[in-house]
Design a protein around this ligand. Structure first.
Ligand code: IDP
Ligand code: MG
Length: 142
């Protein structure tokens, strides 16, 4: 059965009108979109989504940034979705991301790195549930 992962096109990329190019790269890489929404996160939602990073030096900047403008949230499906999507986006710091990866192409700093991808299948399911109800995802049982 195909695995699922969660992607967020971050506010920097939305502001720079990169939604289309980024989604094109994702779908051309074999991911199927099973859920998608354009939302602006509240400060509280950003804090909750990144709760694991609370206490880190970059936490305040991260929460501020992620709630600074609209984001596109995507639930994606593919075999080995989590691992393959992390490879597609590249390293956290765009300066260290491999050529052709989404962060290398579109990120501008370690904080403003254009896109999020879940880091494990367990976190992917948790993160998908954070943004989508079951009936907002394709192929749900009625
Ligand atoms: P990841 O997004 O590659 O999984 P994490 O370490 O989980 O990276 O960090 C979550 C997000 O927090 C990053 O994507 C980035 O936006 C931000 N971040 C992480 N480390 C730093 C840092 O050292 N400076 C500024 N922002 C950071
Ligand atoms: Mg992470």
């Amino acid at each position: 059965m195909a695995e699922r992962t969660l992607a967020i096109i971050k506010p920097d990329a939305v502001r720079r009108n990169l939604i289309g190019e980024i989604i094109a790269q994702i779908t051309q890489s074999g991911f199927r979109i099973i859920g998608m929404k354009l939302v602006r996160l509240s400060r509280q939602q950003a804090e909750d989504f990144y709760a694991v990073h609370r206490g880190r030096p970059f936490f305040e900047d991260l929460v501020c940034f992620m709630s600074s403008g609209p984001v596109v949230v995507l639930a994606l499906e593919k075999e080995r979705a989590v691992e393959d999507f992390r490879a597609l986006i590249g390293a956290t710091d765009p300066a260290e991301a491999a050529p052709g990866t989404i962060r290398q192409r579109f990120g501008t700093s370690k904080g403003e790195n254009a896109i999020h991808g879940s880091d494990s299948p367990e976190n992917a399911e948790r993160e998908i549930a954070f943004f989508f109800s079951r009936t907002e995802l394709l192929d749900h049982d009625v």
